[in-house]
Design a binder for this molecule. Structure first.
Ligand code: SF4
Ligand code: SF4
Length: 270
């Protein structure tokens, strides 16, 4: 399916003549507008396979380009350049360089899943957006996104202890992304919650933040999960042609060796 949304035509490809008369007819200005043809020679014929090899991208081949995902998309409503249908089209066509032109906005998906519910083909466009953003990071086209930092922080905590503790996750996330712990919105939120919070629950949360709860007998499950994650990462590296990279250089690699993040407390918070 060709590009059919006006917003997708790159401004530099729109041409018009300020002054043009053809066969005695004045077609100056927008009357002589045309779209410069594009010649694409650098197809990545494996691009669809590469995205399909990453979590969330598995069903990209089902897309029939109806556009329901874009029509229902929360982000597209405020930024028409955010266009899941179009990116799925580019991936399936192998138009990697064209996709890379939008690399700065693909990560902006807010995971609302409206597209997932609208899609008649069960493509799970939200998953494809995540897989595409992950692909951009793995290939080194973009730095690790905040969303990826959060996922890693969350996963590492689950792998290490079999439980999560929200305060620790927020602290770890802020530390990874270089954000100060005391942010105006966070302080305000904590203040409002504290006003209505049951004291007992508050105490329990405070204790959990200090002693770091663990699931009993978690070691076996942790080892099994770590092994699975390692296997999946190896498969992904293989599919993306990144075998020469050490696994420790890949996003999420820290999940291979669940750290005891008991030392990742206030000292790490910038
Ligand atoms: S999940 Fe992402 S792509 Fe889907 S509708 Fe929401 S913002 Fe758009
Ligand atoms: S709604 Fe589904 S089938 Fe339609 S364009 Fe989006 S991903 Fe493709």
């Amino acid at each position: 399916m060709p590009i059919h949304e006006q917003s997708l035509i790159r401004p530099e490809n729109i041409k018009s003549h300020e002054k043009l008369v053809l066969d005695g007819v004045d077609v100056s200005g927008h009357w002589s507008t045309f779209i410069a043809p594009r010649v694409v020679t650098d197809y990545n014929e494996r691009l669809e396979e590469e995205i399909a090899a990453l979590p969330g991208g598995e069903h990209i081949h089902r897309c029939w380009q109806c556009g329901s995902c874009t029509n229902s998309c929360t982000v597209n409503a405020v930024n028409p350049d955010f266009n899941p249908r179009y990116w799925i089209y580019l991936v399936r066509m192998g138009m990697e360089s064209e996709l890379l032109r939008d690399k700065e906005i693909i990560w902006q998906c807010v995971s609302c899943h409206k597209c997932t519910y609208a899609c008649p083909r069960d493509v799970v466009p939200e998953g494809v957006m995540k897989a595409t953003a992950h692909w951009l990071e793995l290939k080194g086209h973009t730095p690790k996104s905040k969303s990826m930092h959060f996922d890693e922080e969350f996963s590492e905590q689950v792998f290490a202890t079999g439980k999560i503790e929200e305060g620790r996750i927020i602290r770890g996330f802020f530390a990874r992304t270089g954000q100060p712990l005391f942010q105006e919105w966070l302080v305000e939120m904590a203040r409002r919650i504290a006003r209505k919070f049951p004291i007992k629950l508050g105490l329990l949360m405070g204790i959990a933040a200090l002693i770091r709860p663990r699931t009993r007998g978690w070691a076996k499950a942790r080892d099994a999960i770590s092994e699975y994650v390692e296997e999946q990462q190896a498969k992904q590296r293989d599919a993306l042609g990144l075998v020469e990279l050490a696994s420790s250089e890949l996003p999420g690699a820290a999940t291979k060796r669940p750290r005891d993040r008991g030392d990742h407390g206030a000292d790490d918070v910038r």
